[in-house]
Design a protein around this ligand. Sequence first.
Ligand SMILES: *[C@@H]1O[C@H](CO)[C@@H](O)[C@H](O)[C@H]1NC(C)=O
Ligand SMILES: *[C@@H]1O[C@H](CO)[C@@H](O)[C@H](O)[C@H]1NC(C)=O
Length: 983
Amino acid sequence: MTNSPFSSGRRPPLVAHLLLLFLLVCSFSLSHCDELQPLLDLKSAFSSSSSPSAFSSWIKGKDVCSSFHGIVCNSNGFVVEINLPAQNLSGIIPFDSICSLQSLEKLSFGLNSLYGKVSDGLRNCSKLKYLDLGQNSFSGEVPDLSSLVGLRFLSLNNSGFSGDFPWKSLVNLTDLEFLSLGDNTFNPTTSFPLEILELKNLHWLYLSNCTIYGEIPSRIGNLSLLENLELSQNKLIGEIPYEIVNLKKLWQLELHENSLTGKLPVGLGNLTGLRNFDASSNNLEGDLTELRFLTNLKSLQLFENRFSGTIPEEFGDFKDLVELSLYQNNLTGNLPQRIGSWAAFVFIDVSENFLSGPIPPDMCKQGRMTDLLMLQNNFIGGIPESYMNCKSLNRFRVNNNSLSDVVPAGIWSLPNLSIIDLSTNQFEGPVTSDIGKAKALAQLFLSNNRFSGNLPAELGEVSSLVSIKLDSNHFVGPIPESLGKLKNLSSLSLNDNKFSGNIPSSLGSCTSLSTIDLSMNSFSGHISENLGYLPILNSLNLSNNELSGEIPTTFSKLKLSSFDLSNNRLIGQVPDSLAIQAFDESFMGNPGLCSESIRYLSSCSPTSRSSSHLTSLLSCIIAGILLLLVSFLCLLFVKLKRNKDAKHLLKSKSWDMKPYRIVCFTEKEIIDSINSHNLIGKGGSGNVYKVVLSNGKELAVKHIWQSSFSDQANCRTSATILTKRKTRSSEYDAEVATLSSVRHNNVVKLYCSISSEDSNLLVYEYLPNGSLWDQLHTSRKIEMGWQIRYEIAVGAARGLEYLHHGCDQPVIHRDVKSSNILLDSDWKPRIADFGLAKILQDGHGHGVGDSSHVIAGTLGYIAPEYAYTCKINEKSDVYSFGVVLMELATGKQPNEAEFGENKDIVQWAHSRMRELKGNLKDMVDPSISEAQVEDAVKVLRIALRCTAKIPSTRPSMRMVVHMLEEAEPYNFIDIVVKKECEN
Ligand SMILES: *[C@@H]1O[C@H](CO)[C@@H](O)[C@H](O)[C@H]1NC(C)=O
Ligand SMILES: *[C@@H]1O[C@H](CO)[C@@H](O)[C@H](O)[C@H]1NC(C)=O
């Protein structure tokens, strides 16, 4: 390369020739040479991105105007447009460079993954008419835009911007026709940004979800070209201004999720071009008569308001209406009978009003309807036969009305129906055998009616069934054997009917069952031992039947939180593991049962008490000697550096203690104390024993369950965790070692793990005040003022924050609940049982390494994403913690009957919040003193954020701690300060 023309001064003619050639090339091609560099800068900004394919045609030497993908030039060869929407671009746009393109009029970069700040260099793009940066991930503030005076189209929605939006600079952009700024977390405005009102050419205004406060100004009526006005999800107050009726061109008006009050403005009916009108979730009132002229409506959403009066009869003639959602208002009267009969009607939800009359018959006339939701009204009559052919129907819910008659047979077999809820009406007649064709049915809710007849065996063909609730009807005959085929069935409630015969043993194959209620029927015969094999059964009620025989010994394996066998004809001994305090009343009304430990039952062998004591004493002594021997051998082998062969010889009798902290006890001391006298708790993962060492120190020892059945627990089932471990693995050791390395004031200390081939003990510190659950919800509960609850909330949050953010790798708890928050002698909270679910799962061999797919959590605390994806992460813990905060602030349990059918505390709280329009005082535990209700409300608000449906919108635990610290009770600060001063 020594003779390169540019490195040698000896050949000027060649240089000159090349230069000439270069100039020639430039002038023959259409584009200008200085237009190339900015484009190459742009290309190189994305060179490392995953999809540079957008730029494969952007090659030096090719003509910019004719070859570069996405580039448009004017007739003089200057670049006018750069069009790169939805190209998977990820990178920082070099605006300084691009805006040197002097003729640039259009920049279209929407729907990419662009990040970084938008630099001030943008101001030099002064000829821009079109700027689309929407749907990206920029950061920082939007720069001043006042120099872009020719702008007609500006889209910045959902682009990650924050800080103050430069509202003032809009005044200069008087040519704007399209303005889209929504879905950004701008700093709140103090009032509606009046600069907008100067933009007389606006056709399209999207300002939803960008923190706009104040009233909608009446001058909005001057923007007479507006076709689309979207102001949803802001903090707008006051009435919808009358002047809005001047916006004659509107086809879409979106005002939902604000705090608007008053009536719909008179004259709204003049906006006859309106297709979509959504003012749901506000505080609007008055009647709907104004809307009767809006004959072109396609979609009308006014749910969650205070509208009253009747539904205009004219709605029945709206030819284009396909969506109508009016739930949670105070509407009365009948539904127009022709409603939904014209267009391809899809969706009606008029639930929770005071509507009456019959169900309109023709809403599925075009065969497109997916949702028929009319629950909690006063509808009468039967289900119109026309719905027998509504194959598209997905949700059919008419519970809590006064509907009657026999359900038309074809309804049961609709192929896309996922929920049919007819509960609490006066329906009669049977469930017919064609239900076997309902291939999508997950929830069959018929409670509280007059249904009768036998259950068809074909019910067993509906393999998608998750929940069957048929309680309080007149069903007769046996449970079909075929129900054993329902592998997804989680809940089976047949209580309060006239069922009879044996409980089929096939139910033991429904491995997802977590709740069974067969009480108040006439079931007879022995209880099948197979029920004891149900791996995640959590609640079992067989009370008030005619069951006989003994309680199957397999029941000892169940991990039940609720259990009732009362009022049957059972005989024999109650298995020891079931004879515990929690099930104190579960055996009443069975004169044939006996037990040594249940006070109202007779003793099983009244004469041999002393001898049984002797036996147990004897076996204790033998066990003691064995253990001594074992420990001695253990020590010996430890000294022999754990000779493998020798260890193998010992098999399950070898106990291996792995201390993780300095401990002053031996495994013998622990193992000796694992007996029923010391049992203090029984949980999903194992029994907990209290051990008092000879030096007086107290410890809690968890004996992890060893279940022997094959478990195929379905992750869709929300129930207490349960898994099994066949062999102890090195992953187990590693995991326990990690957990024991967690050291934080608000996390329970793990001292050591003691394991043998088939048993695992985890030794923790003992906390005398039990769990938060005990203190809030049980007979142990004490009056807890807000101060102490607040301290528990912050402490527990800090513990969880440490687990998530303080360790090398985040430790996901997977089972956060109030019974896993223990209280020390000073009422300081400590998180217990962290990470246990993962240990158990890993040991089980389900995907060590990536074990985000685990069965975890407890009913009422489980994050919704878990039910859909079976995936959890830290944000699932945040959800569960939100539930704990709700318990603290409301004093309620996660699942209470008062929340309504199928509702847990989260659904209850979120819907109460909407009802109360953010005034949450009524939700606070009444035992909290008046002066502190506001403080509790603050924590309740945090709880609501923690329990957001979408995981990414929940705050991190770090953020939760921060927010809780901000919510410190005012009085409390005083007390703390005083204390510190005294010290
Ligand atoms: C924006 O408009 C204001 C008021 O009309 C004017 O003073 C200012 O010079 C304009 N800014 C630009 C950059 O054009
Ligand atoms: C509201 O805006 C945020 C970004 O500020 C976005 O993440 C969220 O999805 C938006 N909400 C809706 C319902 O679009």
